[in-house]
Write a protein that binds this ligand. Structure first.
Ligand SMILES: C[S@@+](CC[C@H](N)C(=O)[O-])C[C@H]1O[C@@H](n2cnc3c(N)ncnc32)[C@H](O)[C@@H]1O
Length: 258
């Protein structure tokens, strides 16, 4: 484990190995679409911080839409992957992207009030406390800016275990707040969607929307073939935007305005 890489470090290899598998494609595409629905129509260049950007999937998608994106992460290795991915992009996309090493909980004054959109996708569950992450993200957003945060959903712990037929894990999952994830990281925190909203509101933000991410395909093994990916994504997107389905998805995507 590289020094400073934090609690996600044991999961980096498995995370990279899972890139491009159906469940990753579903996750990335749903997050991209859900966020895009809250951004102004094409033509307006926004300043975006992707905190915990990892391999840069969303940062690159946002830069392709014409936004100016800073991707920040504690992992040198994942930033290396992001920089490699950017090398294949058109120069106008490359020019909109910069990747920097850094800790979302230690953002310097240079980031304060700095961004129209602050993303933090799939990183909060590896950090000690949700309210600290939310405070850091809101501080980086300009007044009126958007925060897009993707958290692990507590109800998803028993759901996934049950759907894979692991009954002991399902039974212990009903009341669990932490779990050992399939990337190999132990004691990962999961938050209830309502807690995420309450934490944002408690720090002065207004909720724009919240979505579920990944329900039908969450328990699939890495190599599960899918013959209708568009159909799966459409069904997952619909589940993610309506009750009761979004409440039991694996992840919760909350979009709030500072
Ligand atoms: C599951 S990956 C998600 C990557 C990317 N956001 C995505 O959704 O594809 C979690 C990322 O959070 C990063 N991370 C964990 N703790 C962090 C921290 N304190 N500050 C910045 N990044 C962090 C990890 O290095 C990793 O890149």
């Amino acid at each position: 484990m590289a020094e400073g890489e934090g609690r996600f470090a044991p999961g980096v290899d498995a995370w990279l190995a899972g890139a491009g598998l159906v469940r990753d494609v579903v996750r990335q595409e749903l997050v991209r679409r859900q966020l895009a629905d809250h951004l102004p129509a094409r033509g307006q260049r926004l300043r975006v911080l992707d905190a915990g950007c990892g391999q840069g999937t969303q940062a690159i998608a946002l830069a392709r839409s014409g936004h100016e994106v800073v991707g920040l992460d504690v992992s040198d290795r994942l930033l290396g992957e992001a920089r490699r991915a950017v090398a294949d992009e058109l120069s106008e996309v490359r020019d909109c992207l910069s990747f920097v090493i850094g800790d979302v909980l230690a953002l310097g004054d240079e980031h304060a009030d700095g961004y129209d959109v602050v993303c933090c996708h799939g990183a909060a569950m590896y950090l000690p406390a949700l309210d600290e992450v939310v405070a850091a993200l809101l501080r980086a957003a300009r007044p009126g800016g958007l925060v897009s945060i993707l958290t692990r959903n507590r109800a998803g712990i028993a759901m996934r275990a049950g759907m894979t037929g692991d009954w002991p894990a399902a039974l212990s999952g009903f009341d669990a707040c932490h779990y050992d994830n399939r990337l190999g990281v132990q004691g990962v925190r999961a938050d209830e969607p309502g807690e995420v909203r309450a934490t944002l509101v408690g720090q002065g933000a207004e909720i724009e929307a919240w979505y579920g991410v990944r329900l039908f395909s969450d328990h699939w093994a890495g190599d599960t073939p899918v013959d209708d990916l568009d159909g799966l994504i459409a069904a997952e997107a619909e589940a993610g935007r309506r009750d009761p389905y979004r409440a039991v998805c694996a992840l919760t995507h909350t979009i709030a305005r500072r």
